[in-house]
Design a protein. Sequence first.
Length: 318
Amino acid sequence: MEFSQHSANISSSSSPLSSPPVPFWWQPSQQAHFNGFWFPGSDNLRRTLKVVDSFKPQSRDVILASFPKTGTTWLKSLLYSITHSSSLDSLNHNHPHLLVPSLELLVFATNPAGPAAPSDETGGTRIFNTHIPYQVLSGNLNSSDCKVVYVTRNPKDTVISLFHYVKKSKTFEEAPWTVEEAADQFCKGVVPYGPYYEHVLGYRKESLENPQKVFFVTYEELKGDPIAHVKRLAEFLGCPVGEEAAEEIVRRCSFGELSNAAVNKSGDMFTWLGLPNNSFFRKGEVGDYANFLSPETIRRIDDLTVDKFHKAGFMYGI
Ligand code: PAP
């Protein structure tokens, strides 16, 4: 498959997607463009294409898909807990990103042959996560009866969460960004796995057309009623849980529990970014964007949300 890599100095022209006007954020020197989406570097895109070429989901697999910083770590913990009854200690000693590995960042990065076969120990269920857009991964996802869970989050908190995450990485020292510059790029779609709106809409459309296959949930809905959503998720996965079990899962996957887990007290997760294990836990709140974004930027993002999401019938009121 063909893809193009863009250096930091590409100048602006007609389309913000094909020609980012200023250096990219996250990784200052290069992002790779494929099928209308930006990927964080050519190595990442190569691994992504390897996933697309080779990944054959099994019918009992669960694929957690998401745009970065929309609740992936939380959902990893919830899905793992729903499908593994002995998860309490696991979550204390194992990072959610290792319990539910990323197809493109871990599984195909460490083993080009792909994941190990399902084992009887987990009842044949494997859980993976991916940030790859539906528009790129649909062939794989639809090649078996695997289930897909997609989590998304309001765009303003997403960009603020991403900004703070990138700020903790070594690359930020090389190319510091203001929050407004980051939001500007986010609105233009020039963001890893972006454009955000198209990423969300790809999975959203599929969830409406095929609700037995794709479970679509927002971070805000989960925050609003986590127990009800855990029960719905468990039902969707074919392993229903009662009220008490759902309460326990919500408790053990709460921001407070996970951020204080032994595994998050030390160690680095993605060493190439120089990010400690605890960098996946910042505030875990809805509406933190109001502390960082100017009224003009809030209006700009809201206008995009109205145009892209409200017209498609969702994410009202945020
Ligand atoms: P990733 O894409 O790098 O895996 P992801 O887990 O999707 O990141 O998003 C991180 C956000 O989820 C952080 O949000 P914040 O920056 O606004 O605080 C993080 O705090 C939040 N988060 C992580 N775990 C939980 C949790 N258990 N409950 C609620 N929010 C959480």
